[in-house]
Design a protein around this ligand. Structure first.
Ligand SMILES: Nc1ncnc2c1ncn2[C@@H]1O[C@H](COP(=O)(O)OP(=O)(O)O)[C@@H](O)[C@H]1O
Ligand SMILES: [Mg+2]
Length: 201
């Protein structure tokens, strides 16, 4: 059979976006799994969230000094949760919709602590219960994402791909701020470190 050489030009990254939806979904899961592998310490959630909070307050207060920069860390041993609250820049809606996806960063390098864009991907898909609150003059939202880690580890296809849904829960530290962002992780569900301590452990 005669072979046909086609004289084509294309962008492989664009072409990858046009493959079958299932192949694309598996690729996303694999990409996130690889990110999760690079996080090994029980302190990683704290350090990623504190670094982002520091960048957020620096972004806001580099131009305006009307308020003091504030970052609060709340560790609740009864709930097995941590919450990091900052009075920083908050989000624009377009940023907020996409920022949990792998490799999305709105930092330009320079003086910021991060710009790899994987920190919050780990926060969202490394755990099973994330509450995010944010407010500024342009955009206000409070919501939850559940079962991120269980979806990542699910081989049988029984866990639905996680979505962010509106939720209203209390955070007195966040409510006390005029502007800012709060991330709260409850350490629950499967495949999560640090694990919930039970009486038998
Ligand atoms: N506390 C926060 N306040 C405002 N924006 C935030 C906050 N945390 C994260 N972000 C936004 O989400 C983006 C993605 O965060 P992340 O995945 O940690 O990547 P990186 O810090 O490397 O940019 C950041 O670039 C920033 O724009
Ligand atoms: Mg970061």
């Amino acid at each position: 059979m005669a072979s046909v050489t086609k004289n084509l030009t294309w962008d492989p990254l664009e072409a990858a976006g046009a493959v079958d939806a299932n192949v694309l979904a598996s690729a996303k899961k694999r990409e996130i799994k690889n990110i999760l592998k690079s996080y090994v310490s029980n302190y990683d959630p704290l350090s990623e969230l504190i670094q982002n909070a520091m960048d957020a307050v620096e972004k806001r207060f580099s131009s305006e000094l009307s308020e003091k920069p504030k970052i609060k860390v709340v560790v609740n041993l009864q709930e097995n949760s941590i919450e990091i609250i900052d009075n920083g820049c908050g989000f624009e809606e377009v940023e907020f919709r996409s920022f949990l996806a792998p490799s999305i960063s709105f930092k330009s390098g320079g003086e910021t602590r991060g710009n790899k864009g994987v920190g919050v991907t780990y926060i969202a898909y490394g755990f099973n219960d994330l509450t995010i609150r944010t407010k500024n003059n342009f955009f206000i939202y409070e919501g939850v994402m559940r079962r991120g880690r269980e979806w990542i580890e699910d081989q049988a296809g029984t866990v639905a791909r996680p979505i962010i849904e509106p939720a209203k829960t209390n955070s007195s530290a966040f409510d006390a701020l005029e502007q800012g962002t709060s991330f709260k992780i409850s350490f629950s569900g499967k495949h999560v470190r640090p694990r919930v301590r039970t009486h038998s452990q």
